[in-house]
Design a protein around this ligand. Sequence first.
Ligand code: FAD
Length: 342
Amino acid sequence: MIKTDILIIGAGPTGLFTVFEAGLLKLKCHLIDALPQAGGQCTELYPKKPIYDIPAYPEIMAGDLTLKLLEQCKQFQPGFTLGERAETIEKQEDGSFIVTTNKGTQHQAPVVAIAGGLGSFEPRKPLIHNITDYEDNGVEYMIKDPEMYRGKRVVIAGGGDSALDWSIFLSDIASEVTLIHRRNEFRGHLDSVDKVQELKNLGKINLITPAEVTGIVGHEKVAAVVVSQAAHIEKEFELECDHFIPLFGLSPKLGPIANWGLEIEKNAIKVDNCLDYQTNIPGIFAIGDVNIYPGKLKLILCGFHEATLMCQSAYQIINPGKRYVLKYTTVAGVDGFDGTRK
Ligand code: FAD
């Protein structure tokens, strides 16, 4: 059981900044994210796009903003459960909550901050009838640890940046990399397309286009995929492999949080915006893109503001009756905290 003061669901910009604000109040945080890395939409959807409305940064790449947020909150040593989706929540007699992920990891905290953005990103799966039988037994929809492919035969399907970038990366790790795409043209960056061609010419990537994976073969574990070549649909063949990684993108869904008894409106969580972004369940807050209230704007800086106010209320829940006087971060804020950054 992982125990913390504030359990944050979602390690996007709002969740990461919550760690910093909570840290100033000497509250410990642990973050859960369904994605294998922090950064939410900034990392998953547009890491190379500049953002122009972060105060004091005339321009910053979304990926760099994530790195800065991680650097800023590192001093407060947050815990991370990455690549796992928060699935259920149970209120305990002492008022705390236990949140369990889809992998069974349990977390307990007196305060839960849902910073789930557009929801957890669910992989778009190819239409292969038995694909779920092989999930985590050779079929993976995102790459959490490239080392697990060392010396293995890997088939990647997809035509975007993820498929291209991972094919390039794994060509140095896996014993065999095959990239399969249903068109001859790729949607990814030109640089990456050129690099894949180069590696194909060097015999380091096996490129099959236009083609699709239409079946999986294997006893309990992936042993081969069935490849159908679009140009000659009758031409189907089995390609032996250890892993099949379809990288067709991720689509966000509010997911299991929608069943937690929270008031939902327009696929977002209703909160009290007069005070602290608390939901209809005391002790559970919703901040950032995931919440809704009159005048809501889905912007990063709004998430930062909401996180800041939410932490003040979390402090009162965790330290009932303890007086707290808000001061600037460079001045003593909490008993015993001298405001210096470690
Ligand atoms: P998110 O970034 O969505 O992060 C939420 C995280 O929660 C995700 O990582 C998700 O995996 C996780 N999660 C959700 N549910 C669960 C669960 N059950 N279990 C585990 N994890 C879960 N905003 C600006 O201010 N300026 C801009 O210029 C700008 N440009 C944008 C451009 C694009 C193309 C897009 C798509 C958005 C842009 N935005 C911009 C909006 C901005 O990205 C969002 O406002 C911001 O990402 C919201 O942050 P968040 O932390 O609230 O949510």
